[in-house]
Design a protein around this ligand. Structure first.
Ligand code: 13P
Length: 251
């Protein structure tokens, strides 16, 4: 069993197409020679074709930040998995807490989007995480269990192995408050066990589980040293390639 770490940058609603291309090219240059780490950036969907072309043949892979589960049709403003794949992306973020909070993404929607992503040949990065209130009320594990059970309902073993799970405690996103090593360790161990129980033990061991929430060059090493942490999903600190590379080269 081996899980290649994945360091992913979620650029959220930052950077125009040309700005995204510049940053992506710089990152590709800086990451030359990086071994044993998968690198992914998720720019605005408008920039996917440009960025994919700009990093073709380099270490950098590209992902979208969202998709709609239908293949095509009268769904104004939405983007399908096939469209994302055709734009050159290989990954797609699903169920990010900002989507859950501002755009009504539910676990049921996450499940349909994950199915659509897999059908389109994309690697879904399924995001889960508790709010501050839920943690304070000691509901963290209940919430995470529900997000995994409902969000990944009906998936087969191979599919679970392909997808990536990202634990992003909502209270740690963009706040500068990173979860402690103990908190991350506890949750990731719980998530691995949950996957093993709900799916197959052996295969669930191959699913990558990322941590996200105020990951920075100075805390990435500690986070990556945790056994069940297989990478990071980085927001703010991924916007500047010269900073992001220090997270990618954490070893
Ligand atoms: P920050 O790294 O800015 O806290 O954002 C985390 C995140 O939401 C990545 O998806």
């Amino acid at each position: 069993m081996s899980r290649t770490p994945l360091i992913a940058g979620n650029w959220k609603m930052h950077k125009t197409g040309p700005e995204a291309v510049d940053s992506a090219k710089r990152l590709a240059q800086l990451s030359e020679g990086v071994a044993d780490v998968d690198i992914m950036i998720a720019p605005t969907s408008l920039a996917l074709p440009l960025v994919s072309q700009a990093v073709a043949g380099t270490q950098v892979r590209v992902g979208a930040q969202n998709l709609y589960f239908e293949k095509q049709g009268a769904f104004t403003g939405e983007v399908s998995g096939d469209m994302i794949r055709a734009a050159g992306a290989e990954y797609v973020l699903i169920g990010h807490s900002e989507r859950r909070q501002f755009f009504g993404d539910t676990d049921a929607l996450v499940c349909r989007k994950t199915r659509a992503a897999l059908d389109a040949g994309l690697i879904p990065v399924v995001c889960i995480g508790e709010t501050e209130k839920e943690r304070d009320e000691e509901k963290t594990f209940f919430v995470l269990d529900k997000q995994v059970s409902d969000g990944l309902k009906g998936f087969g073993l191979e599919e679970i192995r392909t997808l990536v799970l990202a634990y992003e405690p909502v209270w740690a996103i963009g706040t500068g408050k990173t979860a402690s090593v103990e908190q991350v360790e506890e949750v990731h161990r719980f998530l691995r066990k949950t996957l093993e129980e709900k799916f197959s033990g052996a295969l669930a061991k191959e699913t990558r589980i990322l941590y996200g929430g105020s990951v920075k060059p100075d805390n990435v090493k500690d986070l990556m040293s945790i056994e069940d942490v297989d990478g990071a999903l980085v927001g703010g600190a991924s916007l500047d390639a010269d900073k992001f590379i220090n997270i990618i080269r954490y070893q």
